[in-house]
Design a binder for this molecule. Sequence first.
Ligand SMILES: Cc1cc2nc3c(=O)[nH]c(=O)nc-3n(C[C@H](O)[C@H](O)[C@H](O)COP(=O)(O)O)c2cc1C
Length: 188
Amino acid sequence: MKIAIISSSVRANRDGARVALFTKNILETKNWETTLLDPMELDFPLLTLMFKQMTNPEEKYKTVHKILDEADGFVLVTAEYNHSVPPALKNLLDYYREEYYWKPSGIISYSSGPFGGVRATEHLRNICAELKCLAIPTSLPISKVHESINEDGTSVSGDYERRAKKFLDEFEWYLEALKNQRDKKKPY
Ligand SMILES: Cc1cc2nc3c(=O)[nH]c(=O)nc-3n(C[C@H](O)[C@H](O)[C@H](O)COP(=O)(O)O)c2cc1C
């Protein structure tokens, strides 16, 4: 399976870099092929035209289109800003549309506080529904991210790798189910 990881933060000294690495590490335990789409590296401006509306898109927009289009599913790594998703994640998601259709997404959230970004997750579920890449029921919230995840993308106590198992097994189930169905037919 090919999985596109989409991260959310472009903040100076962001914690998101270590969570993106943690995400890559846990997904690779399933031998999936992963690609990280990092809004900081991609540096997409605030949306004025969606990819499909561009007449002569720059290479970076075409590259992201191909990665999203070829992906079997998405793992969204979201921080929580004022109880919602960081604007860079929403901006990146908004550039594309059909690329997401009929594929599952999984949400890994984090925050510096005790709730691990669960309120951002709930907003992101609605966004995923509109993009037809429904978020799987189990999410993976990471509390006190600066104390929980090391810079090399491992968790301090090993707890989060253990908690990830249910998330990964469920995501795998949805990946297979939706791939089988996409191979048969798409709704439209
Ligand atoms: C604009 C802004 C809003 C925030 N709002 C919340 C919030 O609603 N809930 C929360 O738990 N943490 C909040 N935080 C703290 C973030 O969880 C924490 O800074 C986290 O490290 C952000 O991820 P990042 O470093 O990858 O950008 C906020 C941080 C910023 C910068």
